[in-house]
Design a protein around this ligand. Structure first.
Ligand code: NOJ
Length: 728
């Protein structure tokens, strides 16, 4: 009897209470509570698995060789998902939900860089549109295509300020200016993530590559970067701060060594700045195998040490190195990594999974691909964006648009290479979905001009066999249009070039075609600014179409015919030659501004940041300030009227710069602080405004990240005009 009583008692007192539903599975509870509840139930081993990312499916990017997927543990934190349909995701997710003790869903990530199946122009081109709304729409539509295909998380946007065109990855970001990168960063984060992550096929964004990767020495990839704390704060960090403020879910650390401490294990940038100062509550993922690569960088003697210094610096998730899953257990047991740090990292990963609603909706609904890929609205946005990205660099004697020209010779290696128009990192984009240049020109000029097509010249090499017949074709034409430039894999990751000029064969082809004595239009597709000093004098008109994605040749055909009035402006300087690099608009002042110049070439670049012509003419009125003297906490308004005095509608972007001629920390000559693009019908005027908040727009940051605003004189600069104001 006594023993029976004991049994009953012990059962009721000590056996676990059977829960209907654990708290973490209750969607009505706040995310923080759910995370804590789940964390409290996890073993160390389960926690560690959450901090690892492996790959799933077939990788198509040669820089990221995928692993065979059969042995992936079901409790893994994240997978890079290379497939285009959701089937494999759902199978793997089923294992996570049903075969693991706690049923924690996997987070599926992928590089949706400039579109998914609808490929938009490359990011460097996107920024030349100066249309953040359009970029936001493109990211939002890319999110739908990706999410319906099984992706929860994109490794985008890339917001590395880049001032060296030799660096192949300049194509993936928004150019040379911190403010521009920040503005397009915010637009893309909003596009991918929406207002909240849970609804309407939103996906988590990832700011990369944190930080200073764009400072790669001589444009070589993966190498050392020499960045002072001052430059870190005034140039490389601002776009990240903007992205964190916009609520980005994740950040990716970069491959580079920042002045002696690789970004992967840099506690200053990861912990002190990102997490403590900016209160970033998302998680940080390493770049591909970057934890392991700390050994090649000379920061760790072995993989275990690499894991230890990375997690202790604040790196939460290990992308494919397998250093965390292999060594964290031992490191924690020995006290080399604290349980607190482990819990903090896991908490961050789980938080995103809850925020994305993955516990409630772990699977992707399988619907026919025609219902979500390549929808008319996304193709329309791609086309408009590609049109707005195009920069008319030169238009001598208003050769363009080509009206009343009877015969056009259309030549160059790009006319037969639609795949090159997709650009690098074009995800699941397909060549057959790119609108070919020849078809576009035919469609555009049908019944208006005779067309002769001739490739004439390869992208590279020495084959001049097409030159003679191409010259014949050119001689018979009224205008010669040359489509030249770069292949898609000449830019992007691990695709740097030592010189940014066109390859010798292309330059020589342009020189040869000049012999025809006909007006010549050079149309460029490239993933970087190019050095055009030798060919620019030979061409009457030059168009930079960049790599437009699936709209292919249609937007530029529209510019050639005049259907499209170009409105793009450069977000990156075009140096005259490679030797001018680095040359960017926001350089600091020289001690002898008129001396120290190059003796062999002009010191000014060929095309400045902000340069871009139109088929109409804009007349700028007088730059006016609402007040000339303000107190630090007051605001003021700068205004300028712009009139379209030409005879067709155009869209003009006004760039608002400020200058601070004297400061205890020297500042760039000009700093972009605001831009606005407005459509202006012929004969009409639009007022462009910049509401100046001195603390936000005129202040500067020191090498410790402290923002300060000095009293004294400042300049507001628009289109060559300058107005002065004083801060009291
Ligand atoms: C390496 C690249 O540097 C990064 O940008 C990319 O997101 C990852 N691989 C994942 O593919």
């Amino acid at each position: 009897m006594k023993s029976i009583l004991c049994l009953i008692l012990s059962c009721s007192l000590f056996s676990p209470v059977k829960e209907d539903k654990p708290l973490y599975k209750d969607a009505s509870r706040p995310v923080e509570e759910r995370v804590e509840d789940l964390l409290g139930r996890m073993t160390q081993e389960e926690k560690i698995l959450q901090l690892n990312q492996y790959t799933l499916g077939q990788n198509t990017n040669e820089n990221n060789i995928g692993e065979v997927t059969a042995k992936i543990p079901a409790g893994i934190g994240s997978l890079i998902y290379f497939q285009e349909d959701p089937e494999m995701r759902n199978e793997m997710q089923k294992r996570a939900m049903e075969e693991t003790r706690l049923g924690i869903p996997i987070l599926f990530g992928f590089d949706v860089i400039h579109g998914y199946r609808t490929v938009y122009p490359i990011p460097l081109a996107q920024a030349c549109s100066w249309n953040t709304d359009l970029v936001q729409q493109a990211c939002s539509m890319a999110a739908v295509e990706a999410n319906c295909s099984g992706v929860d998380w994109t490794f985008s946007p890339m917001i590395d300020v880049a001032r060296d065109g030799r660096w192949g990855r300049i194509s993936e970001g928004y150019g040379e200016d911190p403010y521009t990168n920040a503005a397009f960063c915010v637009a893309s984060v909003k596009g991918y993530q929406g207002d909240g992550l849970r609804k309407d096929n939103r996906i988590a964004a990832c700011l990369k590559h944190y930080v200073g990767y764009g400072a790669s020495e001589a444009g070589r990839d993966y190498v050392y970067t020499e960045i002072s704390r001052q430059t870190l704060w005034d140039t490389y960090l601002p776009p990240y701060e903007a992205g964190v403020k916009a609520g980005v879910a994740t950040v990716m650390s970069s491959f580079n060594d920042i002045s002696g401490t690789p970004a992967t294990c840099n506690s200053y940038t990861l912990d002190e700045v990102l997490k403590k100062r900016w209160n970033f509550d998302g998680f940080v993922v390493s770049d591909w195998a970057a934890v392991d690569q700390l050994i090649s960088q000379g920061a760790a003697a072995n993989r275990k040490e690499a894991a230890r210094i990375s997690i202790n610096a604040g790196l939460d998730m290990d992308m494919v190195s397998h250093c965390y899953d292999q060594y964290l257990d031992t490191l924690i047991n020995k006290g080399d990594v604290s349980e607190e740090r482990l819990n903090d990292a896991v908490r961050r990963v789980l938080t995103l999974k809850f925020r994305l609603g993955l516990f409630e909706h772990p699977y992707t609904e399988v619907v026919p691909a025609e219902q979500y890929l390549l929808q008319p609205q996304s193709k329309e946005v791609a086309e408009r964006l590609a049109e707005e990205c195009i920069v008319l660099l030169k238009n001598e004697g208003n050769l363009l648009p080509l009206q009343d020209k009877k015969t056009l010779a259309v030549m160059g290696p790009l006319i037969d290479a639609p795949e090159e128009l997709l650009g690098n990192w074009s995800a699941h984009g397909r060549t057959e979905e790119v609108f070919p240049i020849q078809d576009a020109i035919r469609q555009e000029f049908e019944g208006k001009a005779n067309l002769a097509f001739h490739t004439g010249c390869p992208f590279e090499g020495n084959d001049r066999s097409g030159f003679a017949s191409a010259l014949e074709t050119a001689r018979k034409a009224d205008v010669v249009i040359l489509f030249m430039g770069e292949k898609r894999n000449w830019s992007g990751e691990n695709c740097s070039r030592s010189a940014i000029e066109l390859p010798a064969i292309q330059e020589s082809f342009i020189q040869e075609m000049k012999k025809a004595g006909k007006p010549m239009v050079l149309v460029l597709a490239s993933g970087r600014p190019l050095g055009l000093h030798r060919v620019e004098p030979l061409c009457d008109a030059i168009i930079e179409m960049w790599q437009p994605g699936i709209p292919g040749g249609r937007p530029v055909a529209g510019v050639l015919s005049g259907r499209v009035n170009p409105s793009g402006k450069l977000c990156v300087t075009f140096p005259r030659t490679t030797g001018q690099i680095p040359v960017y608009y926001n350089q600091r002042q020289s001690s002898r501004p008129t001396l120290g110049l190059y003796q062999d070439i002009p010191s000014a670049p060929l095309y400045e940041f902000g340069h871009g012509l139109s088929y109409t003419t804009y007349q700028y009125g007088e730059l006016k300030l609402s007040k000339q003297t303000v107190k630090k906490e007051e605001t003021l308004v700068a205004e300028i009227a712009v009139t379209n005095v030409g005879n067709r509608t155009g869209a003009e972007t006004v760039h608002w710069f400020i200058s601070d001629p004297y400061c205890r920390i020297t500042r760039p000559k000009r700093e972009l602080k605001h831009f606005e693009k407005l459509e202006i019908p012929a004969g009409e005027t639009r007022i462009f405004r910049f509401e100046i908040n001195p603390m936000r727009d005129l202040s500067f940051v020191d090498g410790e990240g402290n923002r300060f605003l000095e009293t004294g004189e400042y300049g507001v600069i628009v289109n060559g005009q300058k107005a002065c104001l004083t801060i009291e």
